[in-house]
Write a protein that binds this ligand. Structure first.
Ligand code: FES
Length: 200
C-alpha cells in the first residue's frame, strides 16, 4: 500500500516537473525539493513518514499533524514551561520515562524531546484512547490546583504535564507516546523516522 502511494506521488511529481519545465523552465529550481518527499494521503494513512512545517508555530502554541491515522501534537513550549517540568517529577507516575515503549531513546530525558522547547507526542490518552485537551496556562485549574500547563483528558480525568508525563492518581497508566522523529532543519520535522535514511 505504501509503495503504491509513493509511486503515485512520484508520478505526480514528474508530471508537475514536466509542466513547470515546459512552461517556465527557470522556475523549477525554486520548487522546494522537500515537496518531492511528501507522500500521498493514502500513503500517510498506511504509515509513511509525514513532514511538519513549524516555521509559523508560535511560542506556547500547538500544531497537529496526522501520522498513521493518529494526531501528533507539536508544541513550542515556553521557557517557563520547560523550567517548571522538573517541579512536577514527584507528582508523576513515570517522571524518568522508565517505560521504554513510550518514547524513543533520544526522548528519554527531562523534556522527552530532541529539543527542550519543541515537544512532539501522540495526542491519544493512554487510558482508553480519548483525545486530551490542551491546557497550556500555568494556572490553578478545577482539576489541579498546582497546574503548570499540560493536557487534561475529560473522559476519565487523566492529566499529563507539558512533556506528556502522566500524573499519579489518574486512570491513564502511561505517559503519552512520543513517535519517532527528527529535525530536517530548524523549522521542519520528519515524523515517523528516527533519522534521515539518506544520511546513513
Ligand atoms: S480515556 Fe483518557 S482518562 Fe480515560
Amino acid at each position: 500500500m505504501a509503495e503504491q502511494g509513493v509511486n503515485h506521488g512520484r508520478r505526480r511529481f514528474l508530471t508537475a516537473t514536466t509542466a513547470v519545465v515546459g512552461g517556465v523552465g527557470g522556475v523549477f529550481a525554486a520548487v522546494p525539493f522537500i515537496k518531492a518527499w511528501q507522500p500521498s494521503a493514502r500513503a500517510q494513512t498506511a504509515g509513511a513518514p509525514v513532514i511538519a512545517d513549524i516555521s509559523k508555530l508560535e511560542v506556547g502554541a500547538r500544531v497537529i499533524e496526522m501520522w498513521r491515522g493518529q494526531p501528533v501534537w507539536i508544541i513550542r513550549r515556553t521557557p517557563e514551561v520547560v523550567a517548571a517540568l522538573a517541579s512536577q517529577d514527584g507528582r508523576l507516575k513515570d517522571a524518568q520515562s522508565a517505560n521504554i515503549e513510550q518514547q524513543p531513546d533520544y526522548a528519554r530525558n527531562e523534556t522527552r524531546s530532541r529539543k527542550p522547547e519543541i515537544a512532539v507526542m501522540v495526542g491519544i490518552c493512554t487510558h482508553l484512547g480519548c483525545s486530551p485537551t490542551f491546557v497550556p496556562e500555568m494556572l490553578p485549574q478545577a482539576f489541579d490546583g498546582e497546574w503548570k500547563g499540560g493536557f487534561y483528558c475529560p473522559c476519565h480525568n487523566s492529566r499529563f504535564d507539558m512533556a506528556g508525563r502522566v500524573y499519579q492518581g489518574v486512570p491513564a497508566p502511561d505517559n503519552l507516546r512520543v513517535p519517532p522523529y527528527f529535525f530536517i532543519d530548524d523549522n521542519t520535522i520528519m515524523i515517523g523516522l528516527d533519522a534521515d535514511p539518506k544520511a546513513a
